[in-house]
Design a protein around this ligand. Structure first.
Ligand code: ZN
Ligand code: ZN
Length: 537
């Protein structure tokens, strides 16, 4: 969740506004967004939201943030084009002002002079931000690698980075994602060779799954589809939407007649098809996940088909991805995924150590702050910087919530602001609180038991035998003894309670819950959630 506030006096700009997709631990949570307490409390100072690029972990939280605070949003045309539908979905399209920013066209926001500097990444129109204040320039790299041969020929603007370096940069905040990888990250173009082999040799369909924002990759596949005389199809909502946006903006060039709509896929011979689809992380409802279990409306795989998963296996998604891969093999397809084989099916969008060093040497900041990474990666980026002569004053390790303050005397950590994660259930758009997650975890582990009691409100006596219903606990149909003993426990609990207690349903429910919890724990070693229901008769 990338989101950083830069403040000068009474003015604040926000760099990026990202979300995170939860791991399996967060049951029923669809997205995780940053805690907005600090932003909410200081919204009168917020002047702008600046976006470095259009990846979800940089723009995904925009609708949630703009639902609470108001500010114009600056981004490159493509980044804004990806943000626009998100705002529309949340009914914010009319109320939020989107302003285009372009490389080489600096503009002012309060005391900040903002310049967007183009850098290469796995998405197009990505870059760094130079924020110049009366105290000096802050350079925030966004996500980057130095790709010498990007598909759109638009290489990183090293000259402008060097220009700022020569002028003097107060602080550099730089991407740490790939600090553990030596050398240089391969160009986006590196996947072309492998894709060409696959599209050239496949006896049946060629299915390629990648992130829908990887426009470079969509272009490579488009070019190869043309070369190998395969019709091209984009399948999956975000794949379709993003390819449309990129084509309309002239950022994805598809020759006329090459595209085929998904409804027609089944009518064409398999060896004449190249399909680009969503689902590289094995997301359950995604196009590729459906194809893998043969439940996709327009697309199926069979022997002779080749499937490429052109993405990193994001930690936490291994099970879902490899289950999907197994299904695809079972249906007779051959699957290519990132397994270290060469040429690669995927390359990273983040620079390796030599690129990180080059960034430091070009910018030569007074202060250096590694960002975008786990603690170990930030730490190693710090160590990397210390080996160079690039940082003249200090390297500083910040964690989420730390405040770093600059003045004429220097820089220092000065306190913390509240940070954390807010879990959102997209179905209802409600925040899912920690307590609810705890309850869901509890139910998922030991199940739920519902004792149902009919109590006569006048006599305080049970009208009938208590019923016991359960889910995910033990099969009660086969556990007659357990059911009987649980009924006994309920009866005894009521007998031992006085009329007032039985009349107060809050009290009697709690007593039954406590007694049953102890009983089930002793008998089964499980601690199901117990929810007594009392019927008034
Ligand atoms: Zn990122
Ligand atoms: Zn990114």
């Amino acid at each position: 969740m990338n989101m950083m506030a830069f403040e000068y006096g009474e003015h604040m700009v926000l760099v990026d506004c990202g979300l995170m997709f939860p791991d399996a631990e967060l049951l029923g949570v669809d997205v995780v967004v940053p805690d907005l307490t600090y932003l909410r409390e200081n919204q009168d100072r917020l002047r702008a939201i600046l976006l470095t690029h259009g990846h979800e972990d940089h723009i995904g939280a925009l609708p949630y943030v703009l639902d609470e605070v108001a500010a114009p949003v600056y981004g490159t045309p493509f980044t804004l084009a990806l943000a626009r539908p998100k705002l529309s979905e949340h009914g914010l399209a009319d109320s939020v002002e989107l302003r285009e920013m372009r490389p080489g066209q600096p503009f002012e926001v309060g005391p900040f002079r903002v310049e967007f500097i183009h850098l290469t990444h796995s998405i197009i129109e990505s870059g760094a931000l130079a924020l110049t204040t009366p105290l000096g320039t802050i350079l925030h790299t966004g996500d980057f690698k130095f790709d010498p041969t990007p598909m759109d020929q638009h290489v990183s603007d090293l000259h402008t980075l060097a220009h700022y370096g020569r002028q003097g940069v107060l602080a550099l905040f730089s991407d740490s994602t790939n600090v553990e990888r030596p050398g240089l990250t391969p160009s986006e173009r590196a996947v072309r060779q492998r894709f060409a082999q696959i599209l050239g040799e496949a006896k049946g369909r060629a299915l390629i799954s990648c992130f829908a924002t990887s426009i470079h990759r969509l272009q490579i596949i488009t070019d190869l589809a043309q070369e190998f005389r395969r019709r091209l199809c984009f399948v999956g909502r975000s794949m379709y939407q993003n390819s449309e946006i990129a084509m309309q903006m002239g950022r994805l060039n598809v020759p006329p007649g090459l595209l085929v709509p998904p409804q027609e896929l089944k009518r064409l011979p398999p060896h004449e098809l190249a399909v680009v689809l969503t689902g590289s992380q094995g997301e359950p409802m995604s196009a590729l996940a459906r194809v893998a279990v043969d439940s996709h409306r327009w697309l199926a795989v069979e022997p002779g088909d080749e499937v490429v998963i052109s993405a990193r296996v994001i930690p936490g998604n291994e099970n879902a991805i490899f289950r999907m891969v197994d299904h695809l093999y079972r249906r007779g397809a051959r699957v290519h995924y990132q397994d270290g084989s060469q040429p690669p099916v995927h390359v990273s969008g983040h620079g390796s150590t030599e690129e990180l060093k080059l960034m430091l040497n070009l910018v030569r900041p007074k202060y250096f702050v590694p960002i975008h990474g786990e603690y170990r990666q930030l730490y190693r980026h710090l160590e990397l910087a210390k080996q160079l002569a690039a940082v003249s004053e200090e390297t500083i390790l910040l964690e989420s919530g730390d405040v770093l303050e600059f003045d004429e005397r220097g820089a220092r950590k000065s306190g913390r602001v509240p940070v954390g994660r807010v879990c959102i259930d997209v179905g209802t758009l409600d925040e899912v609180e920690e307590i609810i997650l705890k309850e869901r975890r509890h139910i998922s582990e030991d199940g739920i038991v519902i004792p149902i009691l009919a109590i006569n409100e006048h006599t305080g006596q049970l009208e009938t035998q208590p019923e016991i219903v359960s889910r995910g606990f033990v099969p009660l149909d086969e556990a007659h003894e357990l059911v009987e003993s649980a009924r006994e426990v309920i009866l005894r609990t009521i007998e031992k309670s006085n009329l007032e207690e039985v009349g107060d349903w809050g009290v009697i429910k709690e007593k039954i819950r406590t007694a049953l919890r102890r009983h089930f724990d002793q008998e089964t070693g499980k601690r199901p959630m117990i929810l007594p229901v009392i019927l008034e008769v």
